[in-house]
Ligand binder design. Structure first.
Ligand code: SAM
Length: 438
């Protein structure tokens, strides 16, 4: 709210704070014969573009609409507010279970009552060899501050990914996203770089198809406890797109219907782990305010969701992303000293960017060769790295999913016992665990 106060004072608003805004809305609703006893108000926010205060209206934990107040004259701006009749209609829908707005609403009393301790991870830098869907099971819950990754492309090249079916591919994505959700700290970010995949035609009589991988992965994020934040477009120079072969045929014949756009973009999708506690919590309650100050971003940051970055090449790996991309993501979505995870680490671009920016890293990669390159790069350049730089190399490649389940189980039983939980509750928890594994 510090910023809001500043704006309201700077612009000489008549409505100066959130309490005042809530009271104005309450009076307006009462005047309009709206039943206010059963509703609550979300956190009022200033929309400075319109000079209004926006007050969310909450009914049984559902955001059923907003009322906007003109910040200069305290009057309700009806054109920017939900109609009273719409609010009443939505309350009825909530009562019969037909209203399905997300329930994590900023400032909603029920969620903000929960006190969030400030989680500081004690993980050291780690280079892990193994399959992410298994190795991630070894990391403690809520120990990661930011995840940035680029998963294997569905059947892109044999040397680094092969799947029997697209469903197998999505299943792997779900397993990894699920584990990532567990290890990520509540309210922190998961940024993922993906692009649509071209499946080449099998014969001359067929045409190639494209699979909208980012949209299917988006659905998994929605189902696995994340909130969608941003779709950033990574735009490459035009030349980079012709290599895909798409659009070549059209450029030769230029017949209508044969048009195919040359792809020069990839997605950088941004998600947050629910519950999406206020970002302010991470800034205000950080145990070391100096870190917050040191993590501030320079003024020439990316202002829009289109980022122009040239692709990177490295003869040791066919699909790395540029260090510049990793650096931007890390700067924008983490503080210094945070732990940055890349579950599909390749030759360690995320880890290198994290280290360069004074963050800790955890990179997981299944391919021995890529692990060796990562280790080699860190060892070779050890003298260029920061003081006291150290990392652990862990080999989880022999771990099976069954062993992993046992580790999960042991950890859960320990936690339950520490919390003085009864035998019945323990059984219930084990049943739930079994269900979750199915
Ligand atoms: C698109 S590449 C990532 C490249 C990386 N961003 C870089 O700049 O080096 C995806 C990587 O995931 C790895 N991979 C595939 N399946 C994996 C799995 N189940 N667990 C861990 N790594 C996996 C592949 O070997 C490949 O190196």
């Amino acid at each position: 709210m510090r910023n809001s106060k500043m704006i309201s004072e700077k612009r000489n608003y008549l409505v100066l704070n959130t309490e005042q805004a809530k009271n104005i809305v309450k009076d307006y609703l009462i005047e309009n014969k709206f039943e206010v006893t059963e509703i609550a108000y979300g956190l009022p926010e200033i929309i400075d573009r319109y000079d209004i205060w926006n007050v969310p209206i909450i009914y049984k934990e559902n955001n059923i609409g907003e009322i906007a107040i003109d910040a200069y004259d305290k009057k309700i701006n009806t054109s920017l507010s939900s109609d009273i009749s719409i609010l009443v209609g939505r309350m009825k829908k909530v009562d019969i279970g037909e209203f399905s707005k997300p329930i994590n609403i900023k400032g909603l009393k029920k969620t903000s009552k929960k006190k969030h301790d400030y989680a500081i991870s004690n993980l050291n830098n780690m280079i892990i060899k193994g399959r992410s869907e298994i190795a991630l099971g070894q990391l403690p819950e809520q120990s990661i501050d930011l995840i940035f990754t680029s998963p294997p492309y569905f059947n892109a090249r044999k040397e680094y990914s092969e799947f029997h079916t697209y469903e197998d591919y999505l299943e792997l994505m779900r397993k990894v996203i699920k584990q990532c959700q567990r290890v990520l700290i509540d309210g922190k970010f998961f940024v993922i770089n993906t692009s649509h995949v071209l499946v080449p035609r099998a014969s001359r009589s067929e045409s190639s198809t494209r699979i909208a991988v980012p949209f299917d992965i988006h659905q998994i994020f929605m189902e696995e406890g994340f909130e969608f934040v941003d779709d950033i477009i990574w735009q490459k120079p035009e030349g980079a797109g012709w290599a895909s072969g798409r659009g070549r045929r059209f450029s030769a014949d230029r017949n209508p219907l044969q048009y195919k756009a040359v792809p020069v973009t990839e997605y950088v999708m941004v998600y947050r782990k629910k519950p999406c506690i206020l970002i302010d919590h991470f800034i205000r309650n950080h145990p070391n305010p100096e870190i917050i100050e040191q993590s501030k971003i320079e003024s020439d940051y990316e202002k829009t969701n289109i980022w122009y970055i040239s692709p990177a090449r490295d003869k040791r790996h066919p699909a790395i992303f540029p260090l510049e991309l990793a650096e931007k993501v890390i700067k924008y979505y983490s503080f210094k000293n945070d732990v940055i995870l890349d579950p599909f680490g390749g030759i360690g671009t995320t880890a290198k960017a994290a280290h360069k920016l004074n963050r800790r890293f955890c990179t997981i990669e299944v391919n021995q060769e890529y692990i060796d390159f990562t280790l080699n790069d860190f060892n070779k350049n050890a003298s260029n790295f920061l003081n006291n730089f150290d990392f652990e190399y862990i080999d989880y490649s022999n771990l099976t999913e069954i062993q992993n389940d046992n580790v999960d189980l042991k950890r859960i039983i320990k936690e339950l016992l520490e919390n003085g939980i009864s035998q019945n509750e323990m059984l219930l928890a084990l049943q739930n665990l079994k269900k979750a594994k199915m």
